[in-house]
Design a binder for this molecule. Structure first.
Ligand code: ADP
Length: 573
């Protein structure tokens, strides 16, 4: 009771005589009982009551309730301007409200207005229901504001709780609806969708399209991928899943082959899929917790494309072959023309010689009188003999040419019959061939390399002699006189083979020509071989003969370094 008048007196901004409460005190002074009653009422009121005086809103009166709301004790506030006593409530709009009430005299009713206050050193938001009422002096001038407030914080909190509950429920409903929608989408999606959980990739969700794609599998949920798809071991998919789980980086597979046991019968079916492994992260920690799998089968598309690609490639090959065949045909045509020219020339040359010598003979024989003395007769005989020999030699050349042509036509007609009846010593055949050359070609040196006395096998002696003669005469034809021709033979019992070779120190053969030597009519033209005549058939015929024996023929050569021709025959008892 003693505090109240004292504080009222202390307000220097407002004259005490003009204060209604001061007036009341005068009255109440005379009535201590009533004053006590008012005092009690003020102190115990369930509402917060305060009186602010003057333009600075000096707190003239503050009951315990208002002190509690403010978080201060009475002594901290009484007599102080409101915004000094409670600096934390500055700039929250109260200055304007109070000034407005002071200026206009219109009371302000605030409903659950928030105020940020300091309670025991802590910032708190308190909600007020309050009335700012203007206080007037006897002259009717507004001198202050009386505030009656109740703490609406609990009420606000309660309502907020209810609202939050409602919101939560709404959110729950929305989430539930969303979940249902997603599940429907998930179930109806045409693509295979699955969710794997944890580092073991445990199946958590699978949609029907996925199940359809992967074939007959029951009870997949809750089981790890390695158990559900044992056939994927070694196909790289487990490793991909591990990688995505560990790295957190998604993986996109395009037209990837996967082999699945679709009917649970151990038989793997190839299917092609486009798929995505998308890591699923924990919303708060960001840790990868699972993998979302989206997969679409594209087998038909891939197979169709592969087929088209295959057909295109085949077409390309066919076109290339056609092109090659065309080229070969025109080359063959060209070679045939050359062949015809060479044949006619080679046949005509000996024929011309034969005719020449025959005419000479005729002339000698028609004029016998010129050769009556012994010496002249001897001369005639010598001339006749030389002409006859020349005729014989040229006929042999013609015979050889015709034989070669006949052989060629036989091969072409598929009539190369081998006479295999007898086993013979191949060493002997080689030796004879070399000896024959030695006697006729003294301008070359012949060396025979033989390590075994005998190599007996079954082969067509005449044909193999023909091959040998062809190789040796080529070695002579394509080497300058004075060089050496080596002929060797060696058996290779481990491989059941015998190899014969003819080596010269001649002009050699270019790599491009080596690849084509065994073709019919093929001849390499170089400055050195230009004058050498031939049909380009010898090697072709030789190779046919060797092939017919089940053997093989090849060449090793370097231009300018000579050549070695080999043929291999199988060793047969
Ligand atoms: P021809 O000797 O009648 O031309 P061949 O079929 O025997 O026919 O030989 C084909 C071609 O191979 C020859 O024209 C020649 O260019 C080349 N050739 C064959 N043997 C040899 C060799 N020992 N050295 C160099 N070139 C050779």
């Amino acid at each position: 009771m003693t505090n109240l008048p004292k504080h009222l007196d202390q307000d220097s901004e407002v004259a005490p005589s003009t204060q209604p409460l001061a007036a009341a005190r005068l009255i109440l002074d005379n009535n201590t009982q009533t004053l006590q009653m008012l005092q009690d009422l003020f102190e115990q009121a369930p509402a917060a009551i305060a009186i602010f005086r003057g333009p600075n809103h000096v707190i003239e009166l503050a009951n315990p309730m208002v002190c509690k709301l403010w978080g201060r004790i009475k002594d901290q506030v009484l007599g102080k301007p409101l915004f000094e006593a409670l600096p934390e409530i500055r700039n929250q709009g109260f200055e304007e409200l109070l000034a407005n009430v002071l200026a206009t005299g219109i009371p302000f009713v605030g409903n659950e207005l928030p105020a940020t206050l300091m309670h025991a050193g802590q910032i708190q938001i308190v909600y007020f229901n309050f009335v700012y009422n203007p206080m007037r002096n006897e002259a009717g001038i507004i001198t202050g504001v009386i505030v009656v407030a109740t703490d609406g914080t609990a009420q606000v909190a309660a309502r907020e709780l209810v609202e939050r509950d409602k919101e939560k429920q709404l959110v729950r409903q929305q989430v539930e609806a969303e979940r249902k929608r997603l599940l429907e989408l998930f179930a109806q999606a045409p693509a295979g969708i699955a969710v794997f959980r944890g580092p073991e990739h445990i199946f958590e969700l699978i949609n029907p399209a996925y199940l359809q794609l992967v074939g007959e599998r029951t009870e997949t949920i809750g089981k790890p991928v390695r158990e559900i798809f044992p056939e994927l071991a070694g196909q790289g998919f487990y490793e991909l899943l591990d990688e995505v789980y560990q790295s957190g980086k998604p993986y996109i597979g395009n037209e990837q082959l996967v082999q699945l046991d679709l009917h649970n019968d151990g038989k793997l079916t190839d299917i092609f899929v486009n798929f995505i492994y998308q890591p699923l992260r924990n919303a708060s920690s960001g840790q990868v917790e699972g993998i979302f799998v989206h997969t679409v089968e594209v087998t038909e598309m891939v197979e169709a494309r592969q087929k088209v690609e295959r057909l295109a490639a085949e077409l390309e090959v066919a076109v290339e072959k056609l092109h090659q065949a065309n080229q070969e045909l025109s080359q063959a045509d060209q070679r045939k023309d050359e062949f015809v020219a060479v044949v006619s020339h080679d046949l005509r040359t000996p024929l011309t010689s034969v005719r020449g010598y025959a005419q000479l003979l005729k002339r000698y024989l028609l004029k016998p009188k010129q050769y009556e003395d012994e010496a002249a007769r001897q001369l005639l005989l010598t001339r006749c003999l030389r002409s006859t020999e020349a005729i014989l030699q040229q006929s042999e050349r013609m015979d050889e040419l015709i034989t070669r042509l006949l052989e060629f036509s036989q091969i072409k007609a598929g009539k190369l019959d081998l006479n295999y009846k007898r086993s013979a010593s191949l060493v002997e055949v080689v030796r004879t061939a070399v000896e024959d050359q030695k006697t006729t070609r003294e301008d070359y040196t012949f060396v025979l390399e033989v390590t075994e006395a005998e190599i007996v096998t079954s082969f067509d002696v005449v044909r193999i002699e023909q091959v040998l003669n062809n190789l040796i005469s080529n070695a002579i034809k394509y080497s300058p006189p004075g060089t050496t021709v080596m002929v060797g033979i060696e058996s290779k019992p481990a491989q059941s083979e015998v190899v014969v070779w003819v080596r010269d120190q001649g002009y050699g053969i270019s790599p491009a020509a080596q690849a084509r030597l065994f073709e019919q009519f093929y001849r390499e033209r170089t400055a050195q071989t230009e004058s050498v005549t031939g049909l380009g058939l010898g090697l072709y015929i030789s190779q046919e003969i060797i092939n017919e024996h089940g053997g093989r023929m090849w060449v090793e050569s370097q231009p300018g370094q000579g050549s070695t021709f080999y043929f291999m025959l199988p060793l047969k008892p």
